[in-house]
Design a protein around this ligand. Structure first.
Ligand code: NAP
Ligand code: G4F
Length: 323
């Protein structure tokens, strides 16, 4: 039997992986973190808890590595956060994105089916699946219309999760998470690009910040509280799919206003629109209806948009000071 207090996280070195690992450790779990081979160590986000996690080598491109990890550690819960997660890159590397973000899900589901099919599984689905939105706000029943190779790959990952649940009776749940950010967000994503850019301008290291579409709107929440929704999904008697969102939407322009203002700067004096950051197809507007998560999981977003942006600006100003 797999151990119910042992969890495997793929993507543990990422933003969400690091917060989820903290949460599971605080709940008394033994945490197994899968890390892929790279020529330099990239454990910055988990450095503070590294001695409390068991790091194991593996890759969602390689099913044998997944089978071996599952056979050896027998986790009762598996959180699949590993993905090529940057939308812009998915046009440049569509096949790789499909291998990792789409087929990677089948590899891990199949490895669970062959080892411990009673293990519980979480799939990191995305609001990018809604793409050119069919209705507003978006909920679990809204049809998908992905607008990037990444979004298409996530739709595949979502449906293969539903399919393994229905075909094999697996406890496989999918969290349709809207954008969630934090001081640990990768520098290429727009929130962190802006807050880090503000900190550099404030420090006199840069004078301008080059961005793409300022009009696009997102439902941005705080990553630190979104991981609680992931865990709660796997504590339910029945597996299911849930939208996780704040229910508010804001534009990139508003993000700039709040972030520059926090540092006492005028955003219009520094932001330059640069075509290289425009996308071949855009997702113009996302806003989620998380009432199912609230009713069934008791989950609700607490951190508001302005508070989130200000937290990230403060953290980046602090980071640059320390550097
Ligand atoms: P992230 O910071 O980009 O982290 C992605 C993680 O996946 C990293 O640990 C990365 O490892 C790992 N990874 C990539 N390719 C892999 C492979 N072939 N084998 C094993 N591991 C691999 O992403 P995040 O923001 O934490 O998001 C976590 C998950 O939620 C992703 O699946 C993402 O698509 C999804 N999601 C995110 C959001 C959001 O707003 N953050 C919203 C909805 C869904 P390295 O450190 O080695 O690169
Ligand atoms: O921060 P972004 O790159 O995030 P995006 O594309 O919404 O994807 C993120 O959220 C998804 C959930 O909906 C996740 F599934 C996915 O893994 C990832 O975490 O871009 C947000 C918006 C876009 O409309 C983009 O066109 O910001 C716009 N934007 C404007 N200028 C920019 C820039 N985005 C980036 N990355 N860089 C810019 O300079």
């Amino acid at each position: 039997m797999p151990s119910t207090r042992r969890a495997l996280i793929t993507g543990v070195t990422g933003q969400d992986g690091s917060y989820l690992a903290e949460l599971l450790l605080s709940q008394g779990y033994e945490v197994i973190g899968m890390v892929r081979r790279s020529s330099t160590v990239n454990f910055e986000r988990i450095a503070h808890i590294q001695d409390r996690i068991r790091l194991v080598p593996g890759d969602v491109l390689d099913e044998v590595s997944l089978l071996e990890i599952l056979r050896e550690h027998r986790p009762g819960e598996v959180y699949n956060l590993a993905a090529q997660s940057f939308v812009q890159t998915s046009w440049r590397q569509p096949v790789f994105t499909g291998e990792a973000t789409a087929l990677g899900v089948t590899r891990i589901l199949d490895a669970i089916r062959l080892t411990d099919p009673e293990s519980r599984f979480y799939q990191a689905s995305s609001s990018e699946m809604f793409g050119r939105v069919r209705e507003t706000p978006q909920n679990e029943l809204t049809s998908f219309y992905p607008r990037s190779p990444y979004g298409v790959a996530k739709v595949y990952g979502h449906w293969i999760t539903v399919n393994y649940r229905e075909s094999y009776g697996m406890h496989a749940s999918s969290g349709i998470l809207f954008n969630h950010e934090s001081p640990r967000r990768g520098l290429e994503f727009v929130t962190r690009k802006v807050t880090h850019g503000v900190a550099k301008i404030k420090a006199g290291l840069e004078t301008e910040l080059r961005l793409g579409n300022l009009e696009s709107k997102r439902d941005w929440g705080y990553a630190g509280e979104y991981v609680k929704a992931m865990w709660t999904m796997l504590q339910q008697d029945e597996p299911d799919d849930y939208v996780v969102a704040t229910g508010e939407t804001h534009s990139v322009r508003e993000l700039c206003e709040i972030a520059f203002d926090r540092a006492g700067l005028d955003w219009e004096a520094h932001v330059v629109v640069d075509e290289q950051f425009l996308r071949p197809a855009e997702v113009d507007l996302l806003v989620g209806d998380a009432s199912k998560a609230r009713a069934k999981l008791g989950w609700k977003a607490e951190v508001g948009f302005a508070e989130l942006v200000q937290m990230m600006v403060d953290a980046d100003i602090d980071l640059l000071r320390r550097q």
